[in-house]
Design a protein around this ligand. Structure first.
Ligand code: URA
Length: 231
C-alpha cells in the first residue's frame, strides 16, 4: 500500500497532512526515513510517524506442506477438505498457496502470506523448475521426449509451453521438470501426446525440496536459505 495512504488511514490524518509529514522527514519505514509519499510499503514493514509506531509489521510466514491426496489446494471449499485444514488454526490467517496441486496429486505445497515472494516462485516468466514424479498409463515414447523438449501447444492459453525434460525411472514412471506451472500442466502435456497421468507427486520448486522425513499431511516452516533461494 502507498505510504501516504497508510498514514492517512490512521488516526484521521488527511492525505495532505500525511504528505507534509513524509516530506518533512518525519516518517520512517522499518526505522529508515522515507520521503517518498508514493512508496509502496508491504505489510511486513513497521511504519512510524514522529517516532510513534502507527502500524506494526506483520510477521511473514513461509511454510511447506506435504500434501496428501484428496485435499483441495484452496483456502475454503463447501465439499472437499482443503489443505488449510491440515494447518493449526492459529497459523492459517492470511496464508495463500504459492502454486496449486490437483486434488489427487501429492507432494510439495508452499503456503505464505508474502504475495511478492510467492509471485516470484510461480510467475511463468521467472522459470523456476518444478519437478514431479509421474506415473503414466502407457510407456513414455521417444516422441514424447521430443515433444516435451520442443514445447506443447496449449490451445486455451494460445501458447507453447517452455521446454520440459523427462528422466525415465522405470516402466511408466518418470521425473518431469517444467518451468512454468500452468493449470493442470503436466496432465495436459501428457494428454497432448496421447498418454494419461495416473499419479503425480511434486518433489521440488526451485531449490525448495520436500524432505523425506516430512510425512503426508505434515508441514514445517521454510528455512531462511529456502526463503532466500526464491527471493
Ligand atoms: N500439473 C498437473 O497436471 N497437476 C498438478 O497438480 C501440478 C502440475
Amino acid at each position: 500500500m502507498m505510504l501516504s495512504r497508510i498514514i492517512s488511514n490512521q488516526n484521521g490524518i488527511s492525505r495532505q497532512r500525511a504528505n507534509a509529514l513524509i516530506a518533512a522527514g518525519k516518517v520512517t519505514v522499518d526505522g529508515r526515513v522515507c520521503r517518498d509519499a508514493r512508496e509502496n510499503v508491504d505489510r511486513f514493514a513497521r511504519v512510524a510517524v514522529e517516532g510513534r509506531t502507527i502500524r506494526q509489521a506483520m510477521p511473514a510466514c513461509y511454510l511447506m506442506l506435504n500434501k496428501p491426496a484428496g485435499y483441495l489446494s484452496a483456502t475454503e471449499d463447501d465439499i472437499h477438505p482443503t489443505v488449510m485444514e491440515l494447518l493449526d488454526p492459529g497459523i492459517r490467517e492470511g496464508l495463500h498457496l504459492a502454486g496449486r496441486l490437483d486434488r489427487a496429486s501429492t507432494g510439495l505445497l508452499i503456503l505464505t502470506n508474502d504475495g511478492q515472494w510467492s509471485r516470484r516462485l510461480t510467475e511463468p516468466a521467472v522459470r523456476i523448475p518444478k519437478v514431479y514424479l509421474v506415473t503414466t498409463e502407457c510407456p513414455i515414447t521417444e516422441e514424447t521426449h521430443q515433444r516435451f523438449a520442443a514445447g506443447i501447444w496449449f490451445e486455451y492459453e494460445q501458447l507453447t509451453t517452455s521446454p520440459a525434460t523427462i528422466e525415465e525411472l522405470g516402466h511408466c514412471q518418470a521425473r518431469v521438470t517444467i518451468y512454468e506451472g500452468r493449470y493442470h500442466q503436466v496432465k495436459r502435456m501428457f494428454h497432448a501426446v496421447g498418454n494419461r497421468v495416473t499419479s503425480l507427486h511434486r518433489e521440488s520448486m526451485g531449490d525448495i525440496r520436500l524432505p523425506p522425513e516430512l510425512e503426508p499431511g505434515q508441514y514445517r516452516a521454510l528455512t531462511s536459505a529456502e526463503i532466500d533461494s526464491a527471493s
